[in-house]
Design a binder for this molecule. Sequence first.
Ligand code: PHB
Length: 393
Amino acid sequence: MHKRHLLRASAAAAALMALATTLPAMAQDNVFKIGLILPMTGQQATTGRQIEAAARLYMAQNGDTVAGKKVQLIIKDDTSLPDVTRRLAQELVVNDKVNVLAGMGITPSAMATAPLATQSKTPLVVMAAATSSITEASPYVVRTSFTLPQVSVALADWAPKNGIKKVVTLVSDYGPGIDAEKFFNQRLAFNGGQVTEALRVPLRNPDFAPFLQKVRDAKPDALFVFVPSGAGAAVMKQFLERGMDKAGIKLIATGDVTDDDQLNDMGDGALGVVTSHHYSAAHPSPLNKKFVEAFEKANKGLRPNFMAVGGYDGMRVIYEALKTTKGAGGGDALLAAMKGQVFESPRGPVFVDAQTRDIVQNVYLRKVERVNGQLYNVEFDVIKDVKDPGKAR
Ligand code: PHB
């Protein structure tokens, strides 16, 4: 009896399995799948939260049917561990047969996924990670975030003109930090300034205290900082607690530090901090005002940061490529349709360089100010159409 029951159950299971394999095959033609891999938990969780919210907003505003295909977003949490990113990407390509891979919260995740994009000819839209060399890791990478060389150089041009000659740099010890350190240093030296000491702090569980103590003792004109999105508030807190500002040391940074996701909680100590970056929630364009309003409305008042904009624009690049190709031609056709896109982003005008597959965009100098009771990065200067200087090697 028991055996017969089991047999019948396994026959039913086999039938179901057969159905399950034919159904997706039938549905496949009309579904366009985006495998969005993000850090939804762990140290980089704010990046995942921002990009997911932005991708969902883009779909809510633009519909989920494009060129007759139903767009399906499959979100996976890689906890920002590159081995997990690679495994999830593999599953998304092999099992889910995604048309596009996207996300990539940190550089090691993007680097771990790039070979798979190449092998499977799947476009990989990098929405967050920002080490210059990522686009060179696979011809299938297209980037909608930024690069650290792109934003660091502007600050090294600004600093010496504003009384800052001697600088200590403090960066997270991995790809983007090393890019920021190198390009800031070279450009500052070119402009007659000098990096007197280059400090690197671990990416995981950083303790800034001993590094900041060193900086205090060295008494440079300024401390230049890069830490990834999510870690800025801790740096700011410890900088202020040690009275570094009162000791006459200015804090200058890439906009990752005065991250719109955290800035408003940093307090008045953050006022006046000058940063360079490609996006501020306070960017004064009608398109950005609409974007910020819609994002905050859909997310209980959460302010979008630069990660959100990378995700939003990444979805735009994917949607437009799908429209152009009408869903035919596979990964290579999609990739070709992603290259060369020119459009207005909430950050300003952008261009996906067809040669490098990297984003060309304005870089802004900004100062933290209080506007309508809230802290914002207020733009005061712009360098237009900046290509990644990291590519000119
Ligand atoms: C990166 O890992 O490439 C990365 C992450 C967060 C940032 C910038 C770069 O804010």
